[in-house]
Structure formats: structure tokens, C-alpha cells
Write a protein that binds this ligand. Structure first.
Ligand SMILES: Cc1cc2nc3c(=O)[nH]c(=O)nc-3n(C[C@H](O)[C@H](O)[C@H](O)COP(=O)(O)O)c2cc1C
Length: 168
């Protein structure tokens, strides 16, 4: 089994995306990094935020794991703001942490989305796919999920099982 990590980018640490992530965690034992608990500020051209939580976090990820699973709720047809900030900060790795950035090459990326709609709009995955391409990562797969009456419906569990098989 690959060494993987799940990066949770919800505005609610115990929300619906978390329920999906917990299901995956129970089956794969990939650790969960909850971005909500980290202090990661928006990209800064002057890198004045270089001492926040981003650099140690990305360093640990590239040194430890083979696959990053990004788990985001759908907010306004896109990834969440907290997740986008994480992606923006990857730019730090192209400017002042180049060695770290290079280590992303060859890693795998997969995406879990959770929305109230059953279907994503076209293009939702484009920023993930293109970022993976730009960084030399391999985009493995994705799965779109939703919650019904507080739980994961069977159809979503089945999709998740297939997703888990595709990334492990
Ligand atoms: C700010 C905001 C924007 C949302 N926009 C969408 C959307 O564009 N499409 C969709 O299917 N659901 C949308 N939703 C619903 C959430 O994606 C859905 O409830 C999701 O399961 C919430 O996960 P969370 O509890 O981890 O935040 C939105 C919710 C919020 C709070």
C-alpha cells in the first residue's frame, strides 16, 4: 500500500467533507491533515509569511508521502478558499523552497469533493489536474460525494470503495 496523506480543506472540521474523509481514513489509515487547524496565510509576493505553518507542513508531506489526497467541499462551484490558499502557497516552493518543490515531482495527487449537488460542473477538477501537471505530479483519480440525512449514502460508499482501490 502506498504512503498517503489526506489534506482536508473544509471550513468545518467536523462537517460533511470530514464524514467522507473519515470513511476513507477508516479503510486506508492515511493520516488526515486538517487545514482549518493550521495557520496558513494567503500567498505573499514578499514571503513575509514564511514562518507560518505552510513550510513545515509541505516539507513533512514531500518527505513522508507518495500520494496526496485533497479533500474539499464544493463552495461556489470551486474548491474551498482554505484549499485554494494552500494551492497558492505551493508557489512558495517554486520561489524560495525550490528543493521542496522539486520533491513534489513524481508524487501522486487524488481529489475528493463533497457538495450538495450530485454532479460537479464541468471544469471543477481542472485546477487540480493542471497543477499536478505543472508540478510534475501524477493525477491519479477523483471522486465526488455528498451526504444525505447526516450520513453517506450507499451509492457514495460504493464510489468511495472504487476510489480507494484506485489510489492505494
Ligand atoms: C459557501 C458555500 C458555497 C457552496 N457552494 C456549493 C456549490 O457551488 N455546489 C454544491 O454542490 N454545493 C455547494 N455548497 C454546499 C456544500 O458543498 C455541501 O454542503 C458540503 O457537503 C459542505 O461540506 P462541509 O461541511 O465540509 O463544508 C456550498 C456551501 C457553502 C457553505
Amino acid at each position: 500500500m502506498k504512503k498517503g496523506v489526506i489534506i482536508l480543506g473544509s471550513a468545518n472540521s467536523d462537517g460533511e467533507t470530514r464524514k467522507i474523509v473519515s470513511f476513507v481514513h477508516d479503510k486506508l489509515s492515511y493520516p488526515i491533515i486538517d487545514l482549518k487547524t493550521k495557520s496558513i496565510s494567503e500567498f505573499d509576493y514578499e514571503f513575509k509569511n514564511r514562518n507560518d505553518d505552510f513550510h513545515p507542513l509541505i516539507q513533512e508531506i514531500v518527505d513522508t508521502y507518495e500520494i496526496i489526497v485533497f479533500a474539499t467541499p464544493v463552495y461556489w462551484y470551486s474548491m474551498s478558499g482554505i484549499m485554494k490558499t494552500f494551492f497558492d502557497r505551493i508557489s512558495d516552493c517554486l520561489k524560495i523552497k525550490k528543493e521542496t518543490g522539486r520533491k513534489l515531482r513524481g508524487m501522486e495527487m487524488a481529489v475528493i469533493s463533497c457538495g450538495s449537488d450530485r454532479k460537479l460542473k464541468n471544469g471543477f477538477h481542472m485546477p487540480f489536474i493542471e497543477t499536478a501537471k505543472y508540478l510534475g505530479m501524477n493525477y491519479t483519480s477523483d471522486v465526488h460525494c455528498w451526504i444525505e440525512e447526516g450520513g453517506i449514502p450507499i451509492s457514495v460508499k460504493n464510489k468511495l470503495d472504487m476510489f480507494i482501490e484506485s489510489i492505494q
